[in-house]
Design a protein around this ligand. Structure first.
Ligand SMILES: C[S@@+](CC[C@H](N)C(=O)[O-])C[C@H]1O[C@@H](n2cnc3c(N)ncnc32)[C@H](O)[C@@H]1O
Length: 306
């Protein structure tokens, strides 16, 4: 299981968090909080939240789905005077329906308590955020004032009906040019999230600005300032890749972890082998095999497979 420092670009295939669920109640570092919030998105959150503050955009922050607080603690780092963080999670309460309950049992029940969230949050901040311990559907009652938020992170249920409702809560809560981040928009095990996200794009006016392997970043406002803020940073110098795609005529950025040098080397070696004449390829392969044997490398080690 990757830790925060070594996390791969994508969520692990299993539904286990990044650190042991029985981590100490008062973590020393934010990375010690169990959860699924990895370095790439941490950097994107920090960058975009800071850019909002620098641009004078103020407003509250809302998180739907906090688990043990790994992302909530980072959101709390960015609160400016007068701004409020609200988190909504079931924690140790029952879910409102059987499918959601099954999700909770499979992924969170064994490790999640509200007390655990609070202890983790208070290890890094003097005060708790506003906590709504309930299904996110309760937020549709208007308790989050319309247009009051600058940033909403949706990371709760993966069921289509719930995510559609969460996106509607985010739309209503966000101020003009506020940002919504939608987790798990492309994971194999969360097709309901994908359906809800792209439906919001094609029928609900949501504009994608940034895609990472795990999260979709969008706005119902003007995507240009966000795009400019992202492009102002030299991401490749920090080991990330930035690409651009066009979706239905609109530009969207993609951010990812750069391929590790060892993998890049094996990729170019493979290309070289494909381009060489067969006799030369055989000679190179023999050389590589001899080298591997000398190093005692196992299959799948650092030497390129034959
Ligand atoms: C993937 S975890 C959140 C991870 C967290 N944002 C992080 O980065 O570590 C999903 C959370 O959503 C909560 N959840 C699931 N269904 C929910 C619902 N219908 N309403 C509120 N919370 C829900 C679960 O209790 C769990 O804590």
């Amino acid at each position: 299981m990757p830790s925060a420092e070594t996390a791969a670009s994508d969520r692990p295939a299993s539904s286990q968090p990044a650190a042991a669920p029985n981590a100490p109640l008062a973590p020393a570092r934010q990375a010690d909080i169990p959860g699924w919030f990895f370095r790439l998105d941490q950097e994107a959150f920090r960058h975009l939240l800071s850019a909002q503050s620098e641009a004078g955009l103020t407003g509250d922050i809302l998180e739907l789905g906090s688990y043990l607080g790994r992302s909530a603690v980072l959101l709390g780092d960015h609160l400016r005077p007068g701004e409020r963080l609200t988190v909504c999670d079931l924690f140790d309460s029952a879910a409102g329906d059987a499918d959601n309950d099954a999700e909770m049992t499979m992924s969170y029940r064994a490790s999640l308590t509200r007390r655990g969230f609070e202890a983790n949050y208070l290890a890094f901040h003097p005060e708790l955020p506003t906590i709504v311990q309930a299904p996110t559907s309760v937020l549709a009652d208007g308790r989050i004032p319309a247009g009051s938020c600058r940033f909403v992170h949706v990371d709760a249920s993966h069921l289509y009906e719930h995510v559609s409702g969460d996106i509607e809560v985010a739309r209503r809560a966000l101020a003009e040019n506020g940002l919504v981040v939608l987790d798990d928009y492309r994971s194999e095990h969360t097709p309901g999230v994908s359906a809800a996200v792209w439906q919001a794009v094609f029928t609900g006016g949501l504009r994608p600005v940034l895609l990472t392997p795990m999260k979709f970043y969008g706005t119902w406002g003007d995507p240009e300032p966000v795009r400019e803020a992202l492009l102002a940073r030299d991401w490749p110098a920090e080991g990330f890749t930035v690409d651009e795609d066009v979706i239905a005529g609109r530009r969207v950025l993609r951010l990812n972890n750069a391929v590790r040098p060892a993998a890049a080397r094996s990729g170019s070696r493979r290309l070289l082998l494909e381009l060489l004449p067969p006799a030369a390829t055989r000679a190179v392969r023999r050389g590589l095999r001899a080298l591997r044997e000398r190093r005692g490398a196992r299959p799948g080690g650092t030497v390129a497979p034959r």
